[in-house]
Design a protein around this ligand. Structure first.
Ligand code: MN
Length: 435
């Protein structure tokens, strides 16, 4: 309300989506709505009036049929206590309320879903959904102590689940059986929802950035990449680890792993307030370029490897993203947006600030679609040893991802404590009986 004083603010929460017949998809509240209200029920709306400084939550009117099939839904009086909102009413009363509330306002800071449902009651006010989204992005980017506590617990539970996977995964299992180890550990520890569908990728599948099939059989000698996290009160953990299906890394796996790990640690240490996230990403590209040059996969100057995009054949994504109620938590709002000072295309270009939650997730991948492409070969043959790189195909991908909170002074707070040193991972695998 402090940011959007000259308009009426109206947000529609999420609605249930039918999967088939009378079965709905698992409902997840829209993150903006959840951030503002804490309400996890579908079909609600929030009306904020900055002029009169009032807030009202609108909930669907529930009948006995609904109560028979779906069970208890909070009454308006209960909801007022639960969510700390001044007024609670039913959504069918909202058009009438809008008629009253709109007087004296010029703009409607309503989200798209609210404009769709109640736009006719807001006629005459200038709709500004993008301004509302931007304000919320800005507010959500910096976490307060309560949010950090929720994220810390999401990370602790997810971290323990990653350790359970490192102990339990073995050759002969399907990737989805490894997924079951992770998911069940989170549920057993008290977190019912995952932040996103777990990626479990053995061997070559690790080179597919958003691998989703999770149905291949794990084989001895492969690497296993698992990118998975639970959510707590809606707040996500987003953690990736890569480890050998046998107890030990092969020489090549170890060499590539060490490049990623050294890069990841350096990038965590470099996450400070004032750093432009585009520069931070370029630093990750430089470190990976230098590491792969030492392995004979790349050649030429670090500048050239970054500026031509040659390093992107092995590292085609960026260093990280904001994290919060969404696993990819917006871009920090337009006020924080900076010009990109680099020659490299980057999506998230903002100044890092104390209190921001960010993932740090460099990776190295051996992707046949890039390494066997004639166009890529013609473009990068001077800087990439394609013959050598192709001999690494099949190794898959290595990504190491932790979640950090940028701090005003000193190193960031690392919420993730899953083993990532090679010797610790190998010791853990051995102690769990893997050969
Ligand atoms: Mn991530």
């Amino acid at each position: 309300m402090g940011r959007l004083k000259d308009g009426l603010i109206l947000l529609a929460g999420g609605r249930e989506v039918i999967r088939n017949y009378d079965v709905s998809y698992v409902f997840r509240q829209g993150s903006d709505f959840l951030w503002l209200t804490g309400v996890e029920e579908p079909g609600c709306a929030l009306l904020l009036d900055p002029k009169r400084r009032t807030s009202a939550l609108y909930m669907p009117r529930i009948d006995d049929h609904h109560r028979v099939w779906e069970g208890h839904v909070p009454s308006p009086a209960e909801a007022r206590r639960l969510y700390g909102v001044e007024r609670v009413a039913f959504t069918d009363e909202l058009p009438k309320a809008l008629k009253k509330a709109r007087s004296g306002h010029r703009r409607a800071y309503a989200n798209e879903a609210a404009l769709k449902s109640w736009g006719s009651s807001l006629k005459g006010l200038k709709p500004a959904p993008a301004v509302l989204t931007d304000a919320l992005e800005e507010l959500r980017a910096v976490k307060d102590a309560g949010e950090v506590a929720l994220m810390r617990r999401a990370n602790e539970v997810s971290g323990a689940a990653h350790v359970a996977v490192m102990r339990g995964a073995r050759a002969g299992m399907r990737e989805y059986q490894v997924q079951a180890l992770f998911d069940s550990a989170c549920l057993a520890a008290g977190l019912k929802h995952l932040a996103y569908p777990s990626i479990v990728a053995a061997g070559d599948n690790g080179a597919v950035l958003h691998y989703r099939k999770n149905n291949a059989v794990l084989k001895a000698g492969q690497l296993l990449l698992i990118d998975a996290g639970a959510e707590n009160g809606g707040y996500a953990a987003d953690i990736t680890r890569t480890f050998p299906v046998s107890a030990r890394f092969t020489r090549r796996q170890a060499d590539a792993y060490d490049v990623v790990l050294a890069t990841q640690k350096a990038l965590i240490n470099a996450a400070k307030p004032g750093v432009n996230s585009a520069d931070w990403h370029v630093l990750s590209m430089r470190l990976i370029a230098e590491g792969l040059r030492d392995l004979g996969l790349l050649r030429g100057s670090t500048d050239a490897l970054v500026e031509t995009g040659a390093v992107r054949l092995f590292y085609p994504h960026s260093i990280g993203h904001l994290l919060g109620l969404d696993v990819h938590d917006g871009l920090g709002g337009s006020k924080r947006k900076l010009p990109n000072p680099t020659k490299v295309p980057v999506r998230f270009v903002a100044r890092l600030e104390a209190g921001m939650a960010v993932t740090v997730e460099p990776g190295v991948y051996f992707i046949s679609a890039l390494l066997e492409s004639k166009a890529q070969y013609d473009k990068h043959k001077d800087l990439v040893d394609f013959a050598r790189a192709r001999s690494w195909l099949g190794l898959g991908g290595i990504r190491i991802e932790d979640d950090i909170i940028v701090r005003a002074k000193g190193l960031p707070l690392n919420l993730t404590s899953v083993p990532k040193e090679r010797r610790d991972i190998e010791a853990l695998r051995r102690s769990a009986g893997h050969g």
